[in-house]
Write a protein of this length. Structure first.
Length: 87
């Protein structure tokens, strides 16, 4: 994958272009896929003015309280307030 800044004379709304070599990029995506099927890529510009793309490897640390799925308990009693619903 290559990221290039817009060519001279390009309209203001053009921010750059991305070129992707499909076979290599598919392997890259599969190797870097995160939970939920996402791969995050940052588009950056070096101090020297060269555009580049970089894999974003940031993973926020989840607090211990969020590491386990909460358990929801439902009452075992039957809920019936005396109404008969006709459907």
């Amino acid at each position: 994958m290559m990221f290039k800044l817009p060519r001279d004379g390009a309209p203001d709304f053009v921010k750059g272009s991305i070129s992707i070599k499909v076979a290599d990029f598919v392997k890259f995506l599969q190797a870097n896929e995160k939970v939920g099927g996402w791969v995050n890529i940052d588009l950056k510009v070096s101090q020297g003015g060269k555009a580049y793309a970089e894999l974003n490897t940031y993973q926020p640390e989840r607090p211990d309280s969020l590491k386990e799925e909460p358990t929801i308990e439902y009452p075992e009693e039957e809920i019936n307030d005396g109404f008969n619903v006709p459907f």
